[in-house]
Design a protein around this ligand. Structure first.
Ligand code: PGA
Length: 253
């Protein structure tokens, strides 16, 4: 079975004390994860070390950064490299979240550079893609999202693509309370898997986890995750609440 992943994206929320309390609360529930399941906490950079300390004794609980820079090292004041993230025990990094693409003008090409550095640092990139409402309304969402994959991922060989997790996050569903229906999510995930299969072959495409993101909550996670091509979620708002996120972990296939 493909990896099933519940990933928390805290974004720029919680102070240090609140962050520790939330992790303590979730970890104290001692939810055992079977080998095909993972829980990943994408925390703000100053909390990476603490989050690793609190999760490292628990099998299949991992820590992620929310971004990394597109250069390996050097005079880039304020930026954080993939190597630095790995060196504090994180194993994942989110790349290309729509908020980064929009507010920080990150292009497909920049994201391709970040992916290469993340892989070189032995981090698993969680690569985000997804269309705006205008594109969804024009009916061109499948080709738009396929283009995002082609532009940022398709320089990778099959061995490298197998180290990536994809997160489909329709922008119109992020933080809006408006979730894609389970069928809409499934349709897009199946379409992405076809695109991957065309490029890398079906066996490779069948092994790549594709997460859904956009207003995932405790009460809709089971229906979304039950879809055959939905392999878990990248969760923003609801990951800041212990009960909600625990319900989402328990909804993993
Ligand atoms: P949301 O955010 O769950 O608050 O909609 C998801 C995301 O942006 O990763």
């Amino acid at each position: 079975m493909r990896q099933q992943i519940a990933a928390a994206n805290w974004k720029m929320n919680l102070d240090y004390k609140e962050a520790k309390a939330l992790l303590d609360g979730i970890m104290s529930q001692q939810i055992l994860l079977e080998p095909h399941r993972k829980v990943v906490f994408a925390v703000p950079a100053p909390y990476l070390r603490m989050a690793r300390r609190k999760t490292k004794e628990h099998l299949n609980y991992e820590v992620s950064a929310q971004n990394c820079y597109s250069k390996k090292a050097g005079a880039y004041t304020g930026e954080i490299s993939a190597d630095m993230i790995r060196s504090v025990g994180s194993r994942y990094v989110i790349i290309g979240h729509s908020e980064r693409r929009e507010y920080f003008k990150e292009s497909d090409e920049t994201l391709a550079e970040k992916l290469d550095l993340a892989l070189e640092a032995k981090l698993t990139p969680i690569f985000c893609c997804g269309e705006s409402l205008a594109i969804r309304e024009s009916g061109k969402q499948d080709e738009f999202v396929a283009g995002q994959l082609a532009n940022s991922l398709f320089h990778l060989n099959a061995e490298a693509i197998l180290k990536i997790v994809i997160a489909y996050e329709p922008i119109w569903a992020i933080g809006t309370g408006k979730t894609a229906s389970a069928q809409q999510a499934q349709d897009m995930h199946a379409s992405l898997r076809r695109v991957l299969a065309k490029k890398y072959g079906q066996p490779v495409a069948d092994m790549i986890p594709i997460l859904y993101g956009g207003s995932v909550k405790g009460n809709n996670a089971s229906e979304l995750f039950a879809q055959p091509d939905v392999d878990g979620g990248l969760v923003g708002g609801a990951s800041l609440n212990e009960e909600e996120f625990v319900a989402i972990i328990r909804a993993l296939k």
